[in-house]
Write a protein that binds this ligand. Sequence first.
Ligand SMILES: Nc1nc2c(ncn2[C@@H]2O[C@H](COP(=O)(O)OP(=O)(O)O)[C@@H](O)[C@H]2O)c(=O)[nH]1
Ligand SMILES: [Mg+2]
Ligand SMILES: [Zn+2]
Length: 343
Amino acid sequence: MARNKITPKKLARKRARRSTRRGDDSNSGARPGLQTQVTGAGLWDVTSVGGTATVAAIRGQTAVVLRDAGFGERAVNNLKTEDYPDGAVPGDRVEIEINDGAGRIVSIGPRRSKLVRLRAEHGRMALAKEHVIAANIDVAVIVASTTSPPFRARLIDRYLVMCQYGGVEPVICVNKIDLQQPDDAALAIYTDLGVTWTAVSAETGEGMDRLQALLQSKTAVLAGHSGVGKSSIINALTGERSLQVGAVGTDRRGQHTTGSSTMVEWSPDSLLIDTPGIRSLGLWDIDAQTLGWYFPEFADHLSGCRYRDCTHDREPDCAIRVATDAGHIARARFDSYLRMLRE
Ligand SMILES: Nc1nc2c(ncn2[C@@H]2O[C@H](COP(=O)(O)OP(=O)(O)O)[C@@H](O)[C@H]2O)c(=O)[nH]1
Ligand SMILES: [Mg+2]
Ligand SMILES: [Zn+2]
């Protein structure tokens, strides 16, 4: 079991230390380990009936929630409903109720944005369901690395479709510039699309101030292939070695916890959600006729296709292919589109 694994208890202790440092906690003299035994600013009052909170992490049937207007944190029972069959996810705004010290989520608020991936049902992709990774996020940081693992623009394009789909603003972050220079030509395509990109090294700290400025006062989710440095970036931003680096998460029984995300608060209104173990990124519920809608640069040309349900593949008189041949749409983006279409 890794030493750096983040647990609800560690999170609570960390927060207690932090609020103590800021000097805004009435328990500033209390030992961190004792903080659950006293009531005061930022702590949960077990006699209260409940209130609103934000989900920070999911551990099995339990949701770790952060109470509003404070750094109090506790585990409560998750809630599954028809609208939310997987229950609350990190970033969800929830109503909680506490009875005799035991908490549970009683309702999940509407999601203004979400990042989703595909999850096969009974091993069959044809029955795949939407799996929400995080909700109510302002920014999705699409993390790629210059090398190890190699830079893959096609994966970035897939995440960009998910951002379009979920209503999340994307920021591309190319990590490991201490090992290799970023591919400026590949990245220029995203500049043309109006997508912000930034190059960093979580290792040396280069470029981290710009990334920090982009994420300040926002709820951001970090997504990307495993090994690109998501946890390292979060640790560099928060200045604490709080997340497991270089390994997939494991639960108490040593099983891989793929798909479980964890929220870290690095300033009172700045939240980061780490997403471990996302290996495949399927395109849930996007059919051949609508996939093109999630490529913003196609929009101006779509009306020019002869067929209204044109998939821009082999149909005659396709305006998207004409625009690509003319250089108005980047060839690499059109290739990404075709690859997703033909899955
Ligand atoms: N050279 C270099 N290595 C890095 C950098 N960022 C992360 N790494 C290493 O890449 C590996 C994967 O990092 P990790 O943060 O666990 O990636 P994650 O799977 O995306 O969370 C670890 O061995 C890190 O030490 C960087 O900027 N430069
Ligand atoms: Mg990680
Ligand atoms: Zn077409």
